[in-house]
Design a protein around this ligand. Structure first.
Ligand code: ADP
Ligand code: 5GP
Length: 210
């Protein structure tokens, strides 16, 4: 497809708690990516800042945005609605800025199907193991074991969507994972050679799902 001179779009998806938000923030800081700030009907976590982490809105406001056609994509995830409004994304891409999204597989599918005129690279992140994932979820969600349990239950349903992504990366050591993603993005932009071991990923998925 012919692409214009605007920025590129990078999507990070993963089962909850693998590390998307952490990696998105690193890419924004180190590579000046514009983070697409989603709207959600979920309640803020203790450390979350309004309009920085999410635009936290009511069900009514979310419905209004749907009816106004303002979303590039939206989906229901864990009983809450999440969506990406179109105009800030397109404005930044048109200004030549790269835009990064932390969205689920449903949103990634919708953006892919839109076939926008900007380069799109999609990443699916995996944990090193289910035990490590549970630990990360429990720590993040203020030791709320119930939330961690609920999100672990979704893991098997979420993980099968890895197949629809350009790259799958394991987030074990954070710096290593970041560096892999950064190198793959650079290789995509410059048409360079890609250090990507598909067999390792297939084996890892087998281990996680067996
Ligand atoms: P997600 O956005 O995918 O739900 P987060 O970025 O919120 O996940 O990460 C979940 C928790 O795991 C956070 O407390 C974060 O600090 C921690 N974390 C993320 N990546 C790593 C890593 N590589 N090693 C250890 N802890 C990590
Ligand atoms: P959390 O509640 O942990 O912040 O996010 C829950 C899930 O919703 C994650 O998988 C995250 O990627 C996804 N998500 C966040 N924002 C959006 C969005 O705008 N659209 C879609 N489709 N998913 C989102």
């Amino acid at each position: 497809m012919l692409q214009n001179q605007g920025g590129i779009m990078v999507i990070l998806s993963s089962p909850s708690g693998v590390g998307k938000t952490t990696l998105v923030k690193l890419l924004s800081k180190n590579r000046n990516f514009f983070i697409s700030i989603s709207h959600t009907t979920r309640k803020p976590r203790q450390n979350e800042i309004r309009s920085k982490d999410y635009h936290f809105v009511s069900d009514e406001e979310f419905k209004r945005l749907i009816n106004n056609g303002e979303f590039l994509e939206y989906a229901k995830v864990f009983n809450n609605f999440y969506g990406t409004t179109r105009s800030p994304v397109i404005q930044n891409l048109e200004d030549g800025k790269n835009v990064i999204f932390d969205i689920d597989w449903q949103g990634a599918d919708q953006i892919k199907n839109k076939k926008l005129n900007y380069k799109l690279i999609t990443f699916f992140l995996l944990p090193p193991s289910k035990e490590v994932l549970f630990e990360r979820l429990s720590n993040r969600d203020m030791k709320d074991k119930l939330i961690a349990d609920q999100r672990m239950k979704e893991f098997d349903r979420d993980v099968i969507h890895w197949i629809n992504y350009d790259y799958v990366v394991v987030n074990d050591d954070l710096n290593e994972c970041y560096s892999k993603i950064e190198k793959l993005i650079d290789a995509e932009i410059n048409n360079g050679s890609k250090d990507y071991d598909k067999d390792f990923i297939k084996n890892h998925i087998e281990k996680l799902t067996s």
